[in-house]
Design a protein. Structure first.
Length: 421
């Protein structure tokens, strides 16, 4: 019998091969822990979805058991992946161009659809040009590692997405981290950078994926001008959502066309796949030649690109349903707050339901799933353990009755495990 007290459930315990271990021994150690029955927070990872992205989803667990849930874990906030206009555009392109391009973008992997989407993204951000990447993660890796090198300095918010941090490390540049949204500390860092170090890139998420709050981009922009930094904003969770017409964090702060590098993912609000960067023509030209995740990756499938062209048509006209979504977000937030939950300071479609105790978190998440509520479980390494939470993502097509039911079940669960009274 396995002694559960001797099992190590810490995520970081399996990063490295221990002394005198063979390469795969750590995989056996992890397997023993995951097979023990002890809750580790990964029980609901790897579920299979049986239908298109929808507020009511059918999932199949690892044991083959099917369940119907209220989906509160999808980044398709506007349900554009299932929008009929978008699906029809993709279907037509699939018939004309087939499944994939069979080539990288710089060779024969570009269709007129790809160039059309780049033009629309550039227009969306009021910039000169844009470049498409096959993945959002690869976009940040490629942009940062191409533009920065050992002679440069990268300055990051501590809550930036992992892809930004990984791109910064890969670049070989000096990396400076400031506490989340702390502008006084940011200025302290900038003030201490030697005058001789002119290559400076200040990077921030627009909307932060774990907290749903926004970067103080107005202050960041002013500091960038004062200290001679280029600015990169990853608006993966802001595109289509924030700003008075949904053009993101820069629009929210009246900075459209003023941000040097506008990066984002096409897999969240846009509902497709890939990433992008919009900026000056010569910068985008440089990325096409020096960004390895672009140069050495097969281009996006034309059907995906065609659907995304329709997505940006809707978003450019602000006809994608942003206002309806945000009304439901407000209703959901108000309901959770009245129930007694701490939901942080979200300014987006992401609602962090703070638990701050891993044992309670694991039990709540398991109970909610059995009760028909799917949420994202978030703990280390995504956040510190003492800041663990359930992340709720609101979708436009959620009915108010679904929200009421979800809040009722979440409230009962919170009381059951002592999170609220």
């Amino acid at each position: 019998m396995i002694d559960l007290n001797k099992l190590d459930t810490r995520f970081e315990s399996y990063f490295e091969t221990l002394e005198n271990e063979h390469l795969f021994d750590k995989t056996l150690r992890l397997d023993k822990t995951l097979s023990s029955g002890i809750l580790t927070g990964v029980e609901a990872l790897g579920l299979i979805t049986e239908n298109k992205t929808s507020p009511i989803s059918e999932l199949t667990d690892k044991n083959g058991q099917k369940m119907k849930v209220i989906m509160l874990g999808s980044n398709s906030y506007l349900n554009l992946s299932a929008n009929q206009q978008v699906v029809d555009s993709a279907a037509k392109a699939l018939e004309k161009f087939g499944l994939g391009t069979g080539a990288v973008s710089n060779y024969a992997g570009i269709t007129r659809l790809h160039k059309e989407l780049e033009r629309k993204i550039a227009e969306f951000y009021n910039t000169e040009d844009a470049i498409l990447y096959p993945s959002g993660y690869g976009a940040n890796i490629g942009i940062i590692s191409a533009l920065c090198s050992k002679n440069d300095v990268i300055i990051c918010d501590s809550a930036n997405h992992a892809s930004i941090m990984d791109g910064a490390r890969l670049s070989g540049a000096e990396i400076k981290i400031y506490p989340h949204r702390n502008m006084k500390y940011l200025e302290k860092i900038l003030n201490e950078i030697p005058e001789s170090k002119k290559g400076r890139l200040l990077i921030t998420d627009g909307v932060f994926s774990m907290d749903g709050d926004m970067a103080p981009l107005d202050e960041i922009y002013e500091l960038s001008k004062k200290y001679g930094c280029a600015v990169m904003v990853d608006d993966a969770h802001g595109v289509g959502i924030t700003g008075k017409t949904g053009r993101g964090t820069a629009e929210h702060y009246n900075l459209l066309g003023k941000i040097d590098l506008n990066a984002g993912m096409l897999s969240k609000t846009p509902g497709g796949l890939g990433g992008y960067c919009a900026g000056k023509r010569e910068v985008v030209q440089f990325l096409r030649l020096y960004s390895r995740t672009y140069f050495f990756s097969t281009s996006l499938p034309p059907a995906i690109v065609a659907g995304l062209n329709t997505v940006f048509d809707l978003m450019l006209k602000d006809e994608a349903g942003r206002s309806e979504l945000m009304e439901k977000v407000s209703y959901f937030k108000d309901s959770l707050t009245k129930a007694g939950f701490n939901i942080g300071h979200s300014q987006s479609a992401i609602i962090p339901l703070m638990v701050c105790n891993e044992d309670i978190l694991f039990k709540m998440h398991k109970h909610l799933l059995k009760s028909g509520i799917y949420t994202n479980i978030v703990t280390y390494p995504a956040v510190r353990r003492k800041e663990c939470r359930l992340r709720i993502c609101v979708m436009k097509d959620l009915e108010y009755s679904d929200i009421d039911k979800a809040v009722e079940i979440i409230t009962e669960t919170g009381k059951k495990f002592g999170l609220i009274d």
